[in-house]
Design a protein around this ligand. Sequence first.
Ligand code: PMP
Length: 755
Amino acid sequence: MREFLRSAYGLEAAIRPLPGENHNVLVEHPGGRAVLKIATQGQEPGALALEHEAIEHLARGELGLGLPRTVPARDGAVVTAYPAAADVRLPARLSAFVTGTPWSELAAPDAALQVELGRTLARLAAALAGFAPAAGRRNHRWDLTRVDDLRPAIALVADLSRRRLLADAFHRWRALALPRLGELPASFIHGDANDENVLVANGHVVGLLDFGDALENPTVCELAVAMTYACLRQPDPLAVGARIVAGYQELRVLGDGERRALLPLVCGRLAASLATAAERRHTGAGTRNHFLTEEPAWELLARLLAVDPANAEAALTGAAAPPAAASGAGSLLARRRRRLGPSLSLAYDEPLEIVRGAGQYLYDRRGRPYLDLVNNVCHVGHCHPRVVAAGQRQMAILNTNTRYLYRELTDYAERLTATLPEPLRVCYFVNSGSEANELAVRLARAHTGRRGMLVVEGAYHGHTSTLIELSPYKFLGRGGSGRAAPWVGVVPMPDGYRGPHKGQGPAAGRAYGDAVGAALARATEPVAGLLVEPLLGCGGQIVPPAGYLERAYAHVRAAGGVCIADEVQVGFGRPGSHFWAFETQSVVPDVVVMGKPIGNGHPLAAVVTSPEIAASFANGMEFFSTFGGNPVSCAIGLAVLDVIAEEGLQERARALGGRFLDGLRELARRHELVGDVRGLGLFLGVELVADRRTLAPAAAAAAALVERMKRRGILLSTDGPLHNVLKIKPPLVLTRADVDHALLALDDELAHTGP
Ligand code: PMP
């Protein structure tokens, strides 16, 4: 090293390694002190040159901070080649020693200094505003826009409460920061203004070290990183943060998005730091210095996560905190109970007041994000901007009814039928799944001249009078009549896990199909048709055994009946392998019923059938639904189809559903409580049992697990006739990170849930 300094720089120097993340050496020579930074092996080659360029850019301006300016080699080179071993040369840069005390060594930074730090960061942002080197478009482990790359390290944290904290930090970053990052102003930033790199003297910020992580990023990330470290070991971190933000905003006012993203970005930085520490601990790669901020980081994270995001944001930026929820008679719950029917239910022990939805997330009034794993209505994501815009646009142009000619209706009918096989070519549009099923039953009756219907055990098809009678889930459930109406035949649930043909593989498909034949033979009232979901939702997220519908449909058709597929829950790409769930059973229904996802939450539903059945229905009586098929609904329906296609959501359901299913199967191996895991695409079920031999349902455990997951910011619900099946049917815009997050949380919480 000394020889290298002599030959390359002409310096006779004493050397001393410096602590810290980098390979830095203090160089003391007769003319003064300098620091030699040697690149680590494998580091991108241009990194040191980029540091030099950034520092020179700042030195030309009026930032007024001491900077580690380059000491050129004898030949004028900025970056030299340090011979680390006989055949290894590593890039090196010698820089001026910057005097000052690192922020981390200050006994107690006072309020004025904290404000000044904010101001300094804003000045830094201004000084770097026009600097945009191509090499700045890089990424590395500390890039605050890519925190999720470090997520696998969560599993390395052994302590459960810490693992929960860390998972929550990633979750907050994903739900509150990530969706905004693309829209935030971006610029070249230092990227690592941590407490070792900010230097102080005489009560002022005087220097900034280590440009090694500099990169192009959302500008606010600079502030987030600096804040993270300045808040460590502080009794009131939000007050410290508020002072830094106040100083910053004296010179650069944060935009709305930046303000909202700030604290989640701090969580992201803490997550990155703690994940890195966990990795280093695991591989034994860390030195003592690597872990100096670990304990304070855990403490800070725990404090920040204990505050509701909306309140924390308010505390930090001086924005108005959300008003406290009214309690007692004035609470939303009490008001709802006074004005809405008592048969409406609410999910969760403590109901959630949701104020916003975006993508796969819902946000409550306190700003807490929830990963929505149950809402199959907001199929392409909550409030998808394309769908919202389509509805808004059309609403401002025309909304009318089907007694006029308008393009949207015809365009939509053509697009929708293009997703279906022949002879499903004729559409009827209505406003809900119930209405659509109701109409489907009318079609079957008109076509056959018969009245009887067959449905599956545990099925739900809608809330109208007729459909309650066609929903064993309802008429056999609480408050129901307790028996099937004479015109209704109930066939067995095609369940491969329970029931008479469990565990029989393909033979089960035929046997359950033949049970439909038997029901037809038994029926007291001639049967107009079979109404069945190709994947069964309320019945407990059941995937029928192969061959089931083929056999069942054959029996129904042989008896002159109509086969109706209720795709309200499961259609539109959710099965992943296919667009429609009936396709997974290799059948073509006579009538397909669509709802929920079709309008992404807008009240729209449809029935599609063959020209032949449509002709039978056209007996002279007009079919008219005031709102059904209006131009606004059609514009929305078209946008949903566009988004599914353009964002590749069916394929996404296939890939992520596969990942989810594999992960759930792994959980089943480790947790006795998990009796069965099943599903297709992003339509999944986890059946909990108290005893794997008797299959005794673990309904209380399922309910408890749902509550535990909600506390972790993950929304699930239970279903099935025994109330012991966790249902998973999220918006299809889910990500891998969401799947892994949910699996890790389920793993933790299953371990703490008894049967
Ligand atoms: N069919 C199925 C399979 C359903 O799950 C539902 C709603 N849960 C319906 C029909 C009724 O739809 P809607 O609530 O839109 O009337």
